[in-house]
Design a protein around this ligand. Structure first.
Ligand SMILES: Nc1ncnc2c1ncn2[C@@H]1O[C@H](COP(=O)(O)OP(=O)(O)OP(=O)(O)O)[C@@H](O)[C@H]1O
Length: 361
C-alpha cells in the first residue's frame, strides 16, 4: 500500500522560497485535488512527488522509503500534463504502447495491456486513429491511457481538463473519477477550478502562497472553511464582519444572531460566512433581517437574488423562486448556517491556526 508522506518540505528557486514547510500524507486509493490560485505552488508539489525536482529541505517518503534524490524514472509515478504531450506522428495504439516498447516488454503482453487500457478509457474504437483525427476529449483520454498503461501507483494530473470546453470537461470529470476507483491508485489532480475540485475529490488541499491553508473532504471545506480566503475560493458566500458577543451569539452590523460556535472570547472580531443557499426569503418584518430586493439573475437551477439591508449592506441568496426587484422582504437563516471564521488578515492568529493544522497532519 503506497502512502506519500511530505515532511517539512521547503522548496526554493534562487533564494526565493516557493514552498514553506509542507506537511501532508496522501493515502492510497484516494482522489486528491490541490487547489489554489496561479503561482501558489501546486505544480511544484506535483514535480516533487514525480521526482522531476528534489526538495531544498524536508523529506519525501513513499511508504517507508525515503525518495529524496530518487529520479523520476525510478518512481512508480506517471504524469498527465495540461498539453497532453502526445506523439503526433504515432496513432492511438502506438502512443499508448510507446513506454512499454521502450522497456522492451514482450509484444503479446504489450498488446494485452494496451487493449485493457483502451477499454478502460473508452477508446477501443479509435485504436488505429491518428492523433490529429481525435477531439480534445479523446486526446485527453489517450494521454491518460498512456499514463496508466505502466500501472503506476500514483497518477499526477496537472490541470488536464483546462483545454476542454465546459460540457466535455464535466463528462471527463465523471470518467476520471470512475477511472480512479477502478484503478485503485492515488490520483493527485491540480486545478484552480473550485467546482472541479468539489466534484472530483475525496480530499481537497487548499494552498496559498506556498502553504497548505486547509485540507479535508469537499464537504468539510465547503461547510467549515477555516478563513475568508478558503471560503472565497470554495463556492459562493456572503462574508461579513462580526464580533463574538458570547458563546453561540455573534453581532453582525449591530444586530445579535444565534450561532453554534463557542470557545471564542467575547469581543473577538470574526468573519462570518453565510452561504447563499442557506438564506430564505420570508414576508417583510417576519424574518431576521429586513431588506429590499435589488436585482435578480436567472442561473438555470436557481435565481441569484441580491438584496440590500436597511443599513445598506448587500446579501446574496439563491432561490428556486424569483423575487420582484424593489420589493421589501425579510431574510431568514438558521444558527447552524452562520459559520464563524477568524479573520485572515490577523497574521498572528492565522499563523497559529496554520501551525496547529499542520501539526495535526
Ligand atoms: N524553475 C523555476 N525557477 C524559478 N521559479 C520558479 C520555477 N518554477 C516555478 N517557479 C515559481 O514558483 C512559483 C510557484 O509555481 P508553480 O508552478 O508551482 O505554481 P502553480 O500554483 O502551479 O501555478 P499555475 O496555476 O499558474 O500553474 C511561481 O511563482 C513560479 O514563478
Amino acid at each position: 500500500m503506497t502512502v506519500i508522506k511530505l515532511h517539512n518540505i521547503t522548496q526554493s528557486y534562487n533564494d526565493n522560497k516557493i514552498l514553506h514547510n509542507i506537511n501532508y500524507t496522501f493515502q492510497n486509493n484516494k482522489f486528491y485535488t490541490i487547489l489554489g490560485p496561479s503561482g501558489c505552488g501546486k505544480t511544484t508539489v506535483l514535480k516533487l512527488i514525480g521526482g522531476f525536482i528534489h526538495p531544498t529541505g524536508g523529506e519525501i517518503f513513499f511508504g517507508n522509503t525515503k525518495m529524496n534524490g530518487v529520479g523520476a524514472n525510478k518512481r512508480k509515478v506517471n504524469t498527465v500534463f495540461q498539453d497532453y504531450a502526445l506523439f503526433p506522428h504515432l496513432n492511438v495504439y502506438e502512443n499508448i504502447a510507446f513506454g512499454l516498447k521502450v522497456k522492451k516488454v514482450n509484444k503479446k503482453i504489450i498488446d494485452e495491456k494496451v487493449l485493457e487500457v483502451l477499454k478502460l478509457t473508452n477508446l477501443t474504437e479509435y485504436k488505429y486513429r491518428d492523433i490529429s483525427e481525435l477531439s480534445g476529449g479523446q486526446r485527453q483520454r489517450v494521454a491518460i491511457a498512456r499514463a496508466v498503461v505502466n500501472e503506476p501507483d500514483i497518477l499526477l494530473l496537472d490541470e488536464p481538463l483546462s483545454a476542454l470546453d465546459q460540457k466535455l470537461r464535466v463528462d471527463m470529470q465523471y470518467e476520471l473519477k470512475e477511472m480512479q476507483k477502478r484503478l485503485g491508485i492515488i490520483f493527485i489532480f491540480v486545478t484552480h477550478d473550485q467546482e472541479e475540485a468539489l466534484a472530483l475529490s475525496d480530499e481537497i488541499i487548499v494552498m496559498q502562497k506556498g502553504n497548505i491553508v486547509q485540507a479535508g473532504t469537499p464537504k468539510d471545506i465547503y461547510d467549515e472553511p477555516l478563513n475568508r480566503y478558503v471560503a472565497d475560493f470554495i463556492g459562493e458566500s456572503n462574508i461579513v464582519r462580526g464580533t463574538m458577543v458570547e458563546d453561540m451569539k455573534v453581532d453582525i452590523y449591530g444586530k445579535t444572531y444565534g450561532c453554534i460556535d463557542g470557545g471564542i472570547n467575547p469581543g473577538t472580531p470574526v468573519d462570518v460566512m453565510i452561504r447563499p443557499e442557506d438564506i430564505f426569503i420570508v414576508k417583510h418584518n417576519e424574518g431576521k433581517l429586513n431588506v429590499t430586493v435589488d436585482s435578480t439573475l436567472f442561473r438555470g437551477v436557481h435565481y441569484e437574488i441580491c438584496c440590500i439591508d436597511e443599513d445598506g449592506y448587500e446579501w446574496v441568496l439563491h432561490s428556486t423562486k424569483n423575487a420582484e426587484t424593489g420589493s421589501r422582504v425579510s431574510l431568514n437563516f438558521e444558527p447552524e448556517d452562520i459559520h464563524i471564521m477568524i479573520p485572515g488578515e490577523d497574521e498572528d492568529e492565522f499563523n497559529e491556526r496554520l501551525e496547529s493544522f499542520q501539526e495535526e497532519q
